[in-house]
Each structure stands twice: as structure tokens, then as C-alpha cells.
Design a binder for this molecule. Structure first.
Ligand SMILES: [Zn+2]
Length: 168
């Protein structure tokens, strides 16, 4: 059975930055494989395109440029806001505004977004709303663990049941 639309695919992989020698970002080795329904929009399209036609036991190694992954880094997504908006009962909670912290926020329309603290000044804070992997070229190496037909309930729910997926 080969990887195509509506197959449940599980893979073990390493994700490195840029090349197979780059910094390791994620790895499923030592844990459960990544399981997903192929071709239904769960994964980065370029990731799926590189797995098309593979079967159980096949290995893969491919790069995806940032623009086809999580997008280029957008300097306009770096926003300066006054520190005081983070005050709670007159004070900024200890440890809240530290570089690298990811803060859950809402825009005026109520949309939830996550901003990473990029710089803390005397009065203002710079928040970075780029995806943490924006501007990063990805490199995947791994192998195909399983390929099977999706159950009707999996297609209906839009997620995988069982190993590597939802248990319910
Ligand atoms: Zn379900």
C-alpha cells in the first residue's frame, strides 16, 4: 500500500534546521510516530508532496524552504506595546515579561494569538507574532512506519484514531 489521499500514514522523523546536519528541532525517535491522514490539509503541503507514493519501510530525506513551510520572517509582525497592558491589579506579574516567554493575547476583534517577548524596554515591550519556525528552512529525514486506509470515522472527525492519534 502506498501513500496517497485518505491513507493514514505514520512516520518516524527528525526535523533539522536547513540541512540534515543542522540543529535538531523535533524528533519522534524514542516516542510515538507522527500519524496523520494524508491529503486532507493536516500537514504542510510540501511535506506531504515529498512522501507521495512511498510505502512501509521506505526512507526519506528532503528539505523544505521556509516560504513553503512556516513562511518567511515578517519584520512587521514585530510589534511594540506599552508594558502597562500586562498589569494585573496595578503590577506586572513577576517573570511575565522575559525575553522568550510566549504570551497568549487577543486582538481587538477577539482573535487569539501568541506573541513571543522579543525585547523588554523601560516602558514598552516588543512582541514577535511570527511563527517560531518562520524564516527557517526545514530538513526532514526518517522512514515510513505504517500506511493504511483511513476508517470512515477518522475521515469524519478529521484526525487519526489509535497509535499516534486520538484515543476516544
Ligand atoms: Zn475522533
Amino acid at each position: 500500500m502506498t501513500i496517497e489521499l485518505n491513507k493514514v500514514v505514520s512516520v518516524h522523523y527528525n526535523l533539522n534546521e536547513g540541512t540534515s546536519e543542522g540543529q535538531l528541532v523535533e524528533s519522534t525517535n524514542g516516542g510515538e510516530p507522527l500519524a496523520f491522514i494524508y491529503g486532507v490539509g493536516m500537514m504542510i503541503p510540501a511535506f506531504e508532496a515529498n512522501l507521495a507514493g512511498l510505502t512501509i519501510g521506505d526512507t526519506f530525506a528532503f528539505g523544505i524552504l521556509a516560504a513553503e513551510a512556516y513562511g518567511e520572517y515578517d519584520p512587521t509582525a514585530l510589534v511594540e506595546v506599552p508594558k502597562q497592558i500586562f498589569e494585573h491589579e496595578g503590577a506586572i506579574p513577576d517573570g511575565l515579561l522575559e525575553v522568550g516567554n510566549v504570551l497568549p493575547l487577543q486582538d481587538p476583534e477577539g482573535n487569539r494569538m501568541q506573541g513571543m517577548v522579543a525585547h523588554v524596554g523601560d516602558e514598552n515591550v516588543k512582541l514577535d507574532f511570527n511563527h517560531p519556525m518562520a524564516g527557517v528552512d526545514l530538513f526532514f529525514t526518517g522512514h515510513v512506519e505504517t500506511v493504511r486506509d483511513a476508517e470512515p470515522a477518522e475521515l469524519e472527525h478529521g484526525h487519526v484514531h489509535g497509535a499516534g492519534g486520538h484515543h476516544h
